[in-house]
Design a protein around this ligand. Structure first.
Ligand code: ADP
Length: 235
């Protein structure tokens, strides 16, 4: 589903953000990509979305070989990927319903299908009652669920959550992780990108650890639970 072979990313100016990255995330997996700030997580995400191109190596996402992908195919690649961004990226002047519908309108889906699908997806994330609210009227956790509904609405085979616990309360982060787990159970591949060791430790899922641009560990059952002071020592 997602495969990196000997990937290297050097930014203009010579900053090496990723090097010697080899990994394969299979269809239907749930995995964490864990790393401290500056480790290369955003670069990993930008490469998958083809917002950046790899300097060396091969990246395959679904049917697309990103070293060969044509510009006109990039929107189709992105439709395979539902991304929940850390800052949600909702349009503040549109209701929750329209924020989600917007993602469907962008793909020229018929209005009848939009009227059927958007309430269904808002229901999945528990926001049926808030469909007519605008993002500034919603809590951080609710805004994130709108962002998740928008990521899900076109039924992408892969969902990527970028720092899903970064901008919400700890109790709500459990809620969003439970939603992601439920989505994974129906066959969607889920990749959670985070710097929070404790989050990855709680779920016992495959954890790919990135440090200084390299994959330094890939643990099938997740990272061991350690106390915050032990995490400090590891840093
Ligand atoms: P993370 O998301 O884990 O914090 P990033 O992927 O943002 O890590 O950054 C990895 C490395 O690449 C860092 O050293 C960062 O300074 C560098 N970097 C990221 N983006 C750019 C850029 N646009 N230009 C130059 N260097 C960059």
């Amino acid at each position: 589903m997602i495969e990196f072979c000997n990937v290297k990313k050097v930014y203009p100016g010579g900053n090496v953000a990723l090097h010697d990255v080899n990994l394969k995330i299979e269809k239907g997996e749930f995995c964490f990509v864990l790393g401290h700030s500056g480790a290369g997580k955003s670069t990993f995400l930008k490469l998958i979305l083809r917002e950046e191109a790899a300097t060396e190596g091969k990246i395959q996402v679904g049917d697309y070989d990103l070293s060969k992908i044509k510009n006109r195919d990039i929107p189709f690649l992105r439709r395979q990927l539902g991304v929940v961004f850390q800052d949600f990226r909702l349009i503040p002047t549109m209701t929750a319903y329209d924020n989600v519908a917007f993602a469907m309108r962008a793909t020229n889906v018929q209005e009848r299908e939009i009227r059927r699908r958007v309430p269904y997806v808002l229901g999945l994330v528990g926001l049926s009652e808030k469909a007519r609210r605008y993002p500034p009227e919603l809590s951080g956790g609710e805004q994130q669920r709108v962002a998740l509904a928008r990521a899900l609405v076109n039924s992408p085979p892969i969902i990527i959550a970028d720092e899903p616990t970064g901008n919400i309360d700890p109790e709500l982060s459990v809620e969003i992780m439970e939603l992601l787990t439920a989505i994974n159970k129906v066959g969607v591949t889920v990749v959670v990108v985070t710097h929070e060791h404790e989050l990855a430790a709680r779920f016992h899922k495959r954890t790919i650890l990135i440090e200084k641009g390299q994959v330094v560990a890939d643990q099938p059952d997740g990272v061991p639970v350690v106390t915050p002071s032990e995490v400090e020592v590891m840093r």
